[in-house]
Write a protein that binds this ligand. Structure first.
Ligand SMILES: [Zn+2]
Ligand SMILES: [Zn+2]
Length: 367
């Protein structure tokens, strides 16, 4: 069938919105009509080359839609069902899955991480019949996708597609970081560097966890209103004195928890100095491949501060996607507040631009 999708043909160039050919689902694959997708910074890391990916590729790893057709052997998904597309499916059988570390399952990552289906091919070709890769095996910056059935996660029926899409990346990454990895405690103090989709999700998770002081830091002043509306109690404009400002706001001690939602080495190196003794720092944003972080040994030894990371919110996506959807539906997670703007698919370059200049929280394309 003919579809419309946003293709990255050259690094650091605008995406081209093109008509492509999408072939039928093979065994254990599913054709999904995309209802909504989010614009995530990680997609943009592919545009700049910070995240390595062969080109040309259709971007998009934060999407939700409706199942139109299923291939042979598909049993868990039905035509007409609303599904969230999971960019990190797991196998339930490998050593990591068996001990519950499902976000470290490697079974499907080799192929999906290259932008291919599990048989090593792609379902997309362009008008010259040249193959086009599918980012994370999803490629949901598109009107339709064919994906492996294991990425399709059934959502509670009343979940709006744009909410499901955001649970597919930003929300699970941010809220999962707070609840699954940091276990932020009631009455604690938190500093969150970066108030984009993931940073705002961290703030949302900290409010749910009962943190008392939530300090958001961002270089864009436009983020102050968004951060405060999610529940941040303080806002610092990123700049020279931000470390001093964090200390000032935390009785000179530093925070109990510090999150890097940017994925920037300079920010990562500020995490431990932002903490009080025994505080916990988490890398949540994707750091550049092969980068190194300098750590003051005194912070770790004498002050017993801890530094770790979290991939996909350390989530068990099989349980957490539905948990976060239900928390939204019952009013515990105001995920809708993350969405500042709706776009059409042919406005994708404008959507990226507005994400980069910090004027929006999450931009969502809806169909
Ligand atoms: Zn993402
Ligand atoms: Zn596994």
């Amino acid at each position: 069938m003919k579809i419309t999708a946003a293709v990255l043909r050259e690094l650091n160039k605008p995406l081209s919105v093109e008509e492509l050919n999408l072939s039928d689902p093979k065994s254990n694959e599913v054709l999904v009509k995309i209802d909504a997708f989010g614009i995530c910074h990680s997609d943009y890391h592919v545009v700049t080359g910070l995240a390595k990916q062969e080109l040309p590729v259709v971007l998009g790893h934060e999407g939700a839609g409706t199942v139109l057709e299923i291939g042979d052997g598909v049993t868990d998904v039905e035509v007409g069902q609303n599904v969230l597309l999971n960019w990190f499916p797991y196998c339930k059988q490998c050593p990591q899955c068996l001990v519950g570390n499902t976000n470290h399952c490697k079974t499907y990552m080799e192929m999906l991480g290259q932008g291919k289906m599990l048989d090593g091919t792609t379902r997309l070709t362009d008008s010259n019949n040249k193959p086009i890769l599918q980012l994370s095996g999803l490629a949901c910056w598109s009107t339709h996708v064919v994906v492996p059935d294991i990425v399709c996660t059934k959502m509670p029926e009343e979940t709006p597609p744009e909410i499901a899409a955001l649970i597919g990346c930003a929300v699970t990454t941010g809220v999962g970081a707070v609840l699954n990895q940091a276990s932020v405690h009631e009455g604690s103090s938190v500093v969150v560097y970066g108030a984009g989709g993931v940073g705002l999700s961290i703030i949302m998770g900290c409010v749910f966890a009962g943190a008392e002081k939530i300090i958001a830091v961002d270089r864009s002043e436009a983020k102050e209103t968004m951060a405060r509306s999610m529940g941040a109690t303080h806002f610092i404009k990123a700049g020279k004195d931000m470390l001093g400002n964090v200390k000032e706001l935390t009785d000179g001690l530093g925070a109990d928890y510090a999150f890097d939602a940017v994925g920037n080495i300079d920010v990562a190196e500020m995490l431990l100095p932002s903490l009080r003794e025994r505080g916990l720092a988490l890398l949540v944003g994707v750091p550049p491949t092969d980068s190194k972080i300098r750590v003051d040994a005194t912070d770790v030894f004498r002050q017993e501060k801890r530094l770790t990371g979290t991939i996909y919110g350390s989530a068990d996506t099989g349980a957490d996607f539905e948990r976060f959807a239900r928390m939204y539906l019952s009013g515990l997670l105001p995920i809708d507040k993350l969405i500042s703007k709706h776009y059409k698919i042919d406005e994708i370059n404008q959507a990226c631009e507005e994400m980069l200049n910090g004027s929006i929280a999450r931009g969502v394309v809806i169909f």
